[in-house]
Every structure is written in structure tokens, then in C-alpha cells.
Design a protein around this ligand. Structure first.
Ligand code: NAD
Length: 306
């Protein structure tokens, strides 16, 4: 048993926080897991589901004597949570997070960390469209990447400890520059979600004209978009505000390419369209060949990258 973190405190007991609690229990890597959330109903449900060993309704008691504190709440809550819990953190405590954007979070927290406490930024690339405590499951991180984006303020010891932690609960760990992380996630996750939110919104407006046709004929492509567009609105509005620079940069590239496709449609340039679609088909094949697809449907639940 690797008891590196005797006591772990998880702030936020939804899909990610709840899954972390269950995965720690499964791996038996900590003696005490405490959870904190805003509402009593979440705290009660977390105990019923056995997500953590105990829950606290205030930050002081929650983080008391913790070796590792994990931020698993929406991005926009991190700064206030760290400010509020700082007086109660013990020296040597490590804070890590699960947030889907990294540069802004690092910037938000860098001036408010108490002496003797390190923040090691992290982001598990695993998720589903579900949220809340009932969505958590122990296998969520199995064989999925967790990206750590340490800064020059981090000690290699703290980074190693957080890396070991994620590996102990099933993840593969990659170390990445925070700006690079934000760009990679903008193109692989954030822009695809923005497209899904947009197309479902457009179709919904259209539905007023075409009445029930959008629902009636929503096979294949559109149905997949509705699954993604059903993701948690708070989490995603935070992601687009926290990763706006990288999202806008990738959105420009995307818009240029879309304009080229539009021009090909206008010109009825079937050869150009064909060669474009042939290339994108190759991308899909490469992903499958690299074994990135099969773990998406494990455990009877649809896993996604975010
Ligand atoms: P979730 O909505 O399932 O859970 C968030 C929990 O935080 C909820 O229980 C909510 O009540 C609680 N909460 C909100 N504000 C709070 C506050 N101020 N204090 C205490 N608790 C508060 O969301 P999630 O999917 O678990 O996402 C959590 C974090 O993980 C986010 O930062 C998100 O960017 C990141 N993330 C999500 C996914 C995903 O696919 N859902 C994947 C990777 C990372």
C-alpha cells in the first residue's frame, strides 16, 4: 500500500470528485478521505454512496491536517476556496486541481498560496456528460491520461507525489507546459463542445420553424451532438471564460478551414471536398489504431475526454 497521502480532502463531490474518492478507496492508498461540498444534500448523498469516508460542511474542518487537497469544483470557484481554506492548511500540504484549463488557474492561485503549501496543477482527461455525486465511478480514470502542468514554483518532490497519486488511481500521467495544455485541450475538447452547443442551439431555433422535425429525424450526427451539448452548463461556461485565449486562437484556425469548405460547397468542388474528407477519415483510423477509442465504452458507461 502506497500511503503517501495519509489524509486526502476532496472539495466538490460531483463526477470528478466522487470518482476520485471511489478510486482512492479502491486502490487503498489513503487512510482518510474527507469530502466538502456546498449543499447538505450533496454531503448526505456522498456518504450514502460511500464516495468518501467522512464529509464536512465547512472548509476549516474539511482541510484540517490534510496532506493533499483536491479541487474538484468548477474553475471559477478555485480562487475563493483556496483563499478561504488557506489559514487552515498545514505546512507541507499539497493542493492539486482537476480543472479543464490551466494557465488562468495558475495565475489565479499563485499569489494567495500560504507559505509551505504547494499547488501542483492537474487535469484528468476523463469524464462523461453526467454531473453530481451519483455520476461518480471508481474506474473513470483507468488507463486515461492525467496531465500535470507544473510551474517553476513547484518542487520535483511535490510533482512526483501528485504523479504517483494519479497513477495509483489508474491514470497514465503526462507532464506538459500549461499554455500547451490549454491549446491542445482547446482543439481536442473545448472547440468540439462549442460546435456541439452551437449546432444544437441552431437546430433548436430551426425547430420553431420546422416544429418537431429536428427531434423526429435526429438520427446519427445530430444525436451525438446533443449528447455533448447536454454537458454541465456551469462547467462549460467556466471553461470558455478560463481558456478564452487558446479557444479564440483555435477558433480562428477552425473558421479559416470552415470558410475553405464553404467555398468548396459554393463551387460544387467535389474533388476538394472528397480529399478533405479522406484526410479526416484517416485521422479516425489513426486514433483507433493507437488504441485511444476502445476504453471509451468500458464499464457500461460512455466515457469521454471531458
Ligand atoms: P460536477 O458538477 O459533477 O461536480 C462539481 C461539484 O462541485 C458539485 O457537487 C457542486 O455542488 C460542487 N461545487 C460547486 N461550487 C462549489 C463551491 N463553491 N464549493 C464547494 N463545492 C462546490 O462537476 P465535475 O464534472 O465533477 O467537474 C469538476 C471539475 O473537474 C471542473 O473544474 C471541471 O473543469 C473538471 N473536469 C471535468 C471533467 C468532466 O468531464 N466533467 C473532466 C475533467 C475535468
Amino acid at each position: 500500500m502506497n500511503n503517501t497521502f495519509e489524509k486526502v480532502c476532496i472539495l466538490g463531490l460531483g463526477l470528478i470528485g466522487g470518482s476520485i474518492g471511489l478510486a482512492i478507496k479502491r486502490s487503498n492508498i489513503s487512510n482518510q478521505i474527507t469530502g466538502y461540498a456546498r449543499s447538505n444534500s450533496t454531503l448526505e448523498r456522498a456518504i450514502e454512496l460511500g464516495l468518501v469516508d467522512s464529509v464536512k460542511d465547512n472548509l476549516k474542518d474539511a482541510v484540517n491536517n490534510s496532506d493533499l487537497v483536491i479541487l474538484a469544483t468548477p474553475l471559477s470557484t478555485f480562487r475563493e476556496l483556496v483563499e478561504d481554506m488557506s489559514p487552515f492548511l498545514k505546512k507541507g500540504c499539497i493542493i492539486t486541481d482537476t480543472g479543464s484549463a490551466k494557465l488562468t488557474v495558475i495565475e489565479d492561485l499563485k499569489d494567495i498560496l500560504p507559505n509551505g503549501v504547494e499547488f501542483v496543477p492537474g487535469h484528468p482527461i476523463a469524464g462523461t456528460e453526467e454531473s453530481g455525486p451519483d455520476a461518480g465511478f471508481a474506474e473513470l480514470f483507468d488507463n486515461r491520461w492525467c496531465i500535470l502542468t507544473p510551474t517553476e514554483d513547484n518542487s520535483s518532490n511535490a510533482v512526483d507525489l501528485v504523479k504517483d497519486f494519479w497513477e495509483s488511481i489508474g491514470s497514465k500521467v503526462e507532464i506538459m507546459d500549461p499554455m500547451h495544455h490549454d491549446k491542445v485541450l482547446a482543439i481536442t475538447s473545448h472547440i468540439p463542445h462549442l460546435i456541439a452547443f452551437n449546432i444544437v442551439g441552431t437546430a433548436n431555433n430551426l425547430a420553431n420553424v420546422t416544429e418537431k422535425e429536428v427531434v423526429k429525424y435526429s438520427a446519427g450526427g445530430f444525436r451525438d451532438f446533443t449528447r455533448i451539448a447536454a454537458s454541465d452548463p456551469k462547467m462549460w461556461s467556466d471553461i470558455f471564460t478560463y481558456n478564452s485565449d487558446a479557444v479564440l486562437e483555435m477558433l480562428d484556425l477552425f473558421s479559416n478551414d470552415l470558410a475553405k469548405l464553404k467555398a468548396a460547397v459554393i463551387k460544387k468542388d467535389s474533388d476538394l471536398l472528397f480529399s478533405n474528407f479522406e484526410k479526416t477519415r484517416e485521422v479516425r483510423k489513426n486514433i483507433i489504431d493507437a488504441g485511444q477509442e476502445e476504453s471509451d465504452v468500458d464499464f457500461g458507461r460512455k466515457k469521454s475526454e471531458e
